[in-house]
Design a protein around this ligand. Structure first.
Ligand code: ATP
Ligand code: ZN
Length: 283
């Protein structure tokens, strides 16, 4: 049985549960309990505060955990990241009052900076030769300058609207973070086997998220051109249509290249292009 720690409630909870679901792992009961057991996969889920997860994984109370990279790096435990999960995206940034002139990190010299990330902030200050005072607070960091507690802050940002409503502007990005899977270093062999099974499923879900299945009709004289831009998993599937001179082409395209590919397909006279989401993709 593999023991995984996830956030009890908060920004990572829903996406963590959704990931299990996409992996076909069903849990017995909700997060009102301390833990829950999956009934169709050897997995036990612990619901914890995100800040505690790195320590629990390090101690081996949990074998692995889902946690923001920001928390993982700040807690600085000897556990290792095995997968980036693509949700909980945010930045750890320094922000200063809107009216303050800011040109470079040197402008932070002598300031008092409030943060819940003293280690990551200190690393940034040291790397830039800045002497500033770090004031550690655990929450509502964004109000610190407004109430005279600090001159600047270092906090998580996603849209930036919280900074804006507090009269702050983002001036330095220390880290681009997302949720990751972090694992204890000394996983026994039997647990490693289960982890590999879990990773196979997670990778299939991640690959499916980034790819679309695409079908179209194309004139035969363009098939070479079309096959060249649609590599698919090996090569595209091409099936003759009942109408002479035409074929149906099927392939997989990456989300990043998607619109480029569509434009080219149209140039090569493809018609009736259908784009279908993929549920799982095992490469
Ligand atoms: P807990 O009660 O578990 O300690 P918390 O209040 O520390 O919860 P949340 O605010 O739920 O934590 O954030 C959890 C994680 O979500 C963060 O550590 C970060 O990785 C990610 N995250 C994504 N966007 C944001 C954001 N705009 N602000 C804060 N965290 C964000
Ligand atoms: Zn927390």
């Amino acid at each position: 049985m593999l023991k995984i720690a996830i956030q009890k409630s908060g920004r990572l909870y829903d996406s963590s549960i959704h990931l299990f679901k996409e992996c076909g792992i069903e849990l017995n009961n909700g997060h009102k309990q301390l833990k829950s057991t999956a009934f169709n996969f050897p997995l036990e889920v612990f619901f914890l505060r995100d800040d505690d997860i790195p320590q629990y994984v390090f101690d081996g109370v949990a074998d692995l955990g889902i946690v923001g990279e920001n928390v993982l790096l700040e807690k600085n435990k000897a556990i290792h990241q095995v997968s980036r999960l693509g949700f909980g995206k945010c930045r750890l940034s320094v922000a200063v009052p809107k009216g303050m002139e800011y040109h470079s990190p040197a402008d932070l010299n002598g300031l008092k900076i409030a943060t819940s990330y003293p280690l990551l902030l200190q690393q940034f200050l040291t790397a830039n030769n800045i002497l500033a005072e770090i004031h550690e607070i655990s929450g509502s960091v964004e109000i610190a300058p407004g109430i005279g507690l600090a001159d600047a802050i270092c906090d998580l940002v996603s849209s930036g609207s919280t900074l804006f409503t507090n009269g702050l502007k983002e001036v330095e990005v220390l880290l681009h973070s997302e949720a990751v899977l972090a694992v204890n270093h000394d996983l026994p062999a039997d647990k490693q086997v289960i982890l590999d099974k879990l990773l196979l499923r997670i990778n299939a879900v991640k690959a499916a998220r980034n790819n679309k299945y695409i079908l179209m009709n194309a004139p035969d004289h363009q098939l070479k051109n079309i096959a060249a831009i649609l590599p698919g998993m090996k090569s595209p599937t091409i099936v003759a249509l009942a109408e002479p001179g035409w074929s149906s082409v099927q392939s997989v395209v990456n989300e990043n290249d998607f619109w480029d590919v569509i434009e080219k397909l149209k140039e090569f006279e493809a018609q009736g292009i259908l784009v279908v989401p993929i549920e799982k993709m095992i490469v």
